[in-house]
Write a protein that binds this ligand. Sequence first.
Ligand SMILES: Cc1ncc(COP(=O)(O)O)c(C=O)c1O
Length: 373
Amino acid sequence: MALELPLLMNDLSREYFSIKEEIDEAIKECIDTTSFIGGPQVSLFETEFAKAVSKDFCISCGNGTDALYIALKSFDLDINDEVIVPALTWISSSETITQAGAKPVFADIEEGSWVITLDSIKKVLSSKTKGIVVVNLYGKLANISQIASFAKEHNLFVIEDCAQSHLAKNSKLKHYSESDISTYSFFPGKNLGAYGDAGAITTNDSEIANFCRLYARHGSLKKGNHIIEGINSRMDTIQASILAVKLKYLLKNTEKRIQNAILYHKHLSVIKQINIPMLSSGLSHVYHLYVINTDERDSLKKYLAEHSIFTNINYPIALPDQKCYKSNLIQASKDFRVSRYLARTCLSLPMHPFLLEDEIKYVAHKIQSFFEK
Ligand SMILES: Cc1ncc(COP(=O)(O)O)c(C=O)c1O
């Protein structure tokens, strides 16, 4: 079979055409009923998503950044408070801590899993620490159970940034997470992606759920009645109806991602010059991204592009080295060795549920030929 080139990081059109009729029908219904904001599809999606991740409450909102910001606002933070966050992640995880009134304190990530650990958290813990934002980077679940029980002992909150880890699950414990709040992005390229921006917060805590809903809706539950000042952050009806259709396929698509990761492992493990991601059993890694490491990252990226293979760098600069943080880092420990190593060497290969084995073989073959040059 001839390959369809170029190979994209994430081919959203293949997914769309696989469920086109259902998606088109869902969008048409919103338009036919002119139900653009606050239609019944929004609360329907909230109910279905809460069920899918085994949580009592789901509050939909405008995007994953808002979800983090709203979640953080529920902890009443001020300028003397510190919140621990990984030194390598998308900036939403840390900028929202500042926006919510506190100071982000960066913890280094662990080599191989690329997520923060209890050890790295303890290194930057201080008397001012109020909470921890744990990020399941690339789709790999951090050790939330361990972090959450430590946090409980020390009276700290835990927010789990699941923007890259929809349905990631501790298969040994058979549950999703023990964090106070989980936040999700439904950016189009995410494992569950809308056709625009969308996000959500999930929790089992009714007080947190009530606050988040209130805060995201101008502090108002009844039109014209404002209990607090809030923001306007809502998922529109078209996005909710698309997400409800796509949610039905999420588990199957997650399993396909894992199968594709296993195929990449099979074909890439013979190449000594690269490190491949950890292969976890069960759903503890849902491979939002399949990220390899090599010292020759930049020239490999260029070579793959010349052979019509698109790759990404997630992310090129560790957060403490970003201009916006560099000059005002307040923390004692500034050991970000692993985050800096990852920023220098990481390369995300094409990864999505509709990737074919021949395409994976082609990528692996080109990586091998790069190192044999
Ligand atoms: C780890 C992480 N957190 C938060 C976000 C923010 O999500 P959004 O783009 O929907 O605001 C993203 C999106 O890229 C992300 O990857």
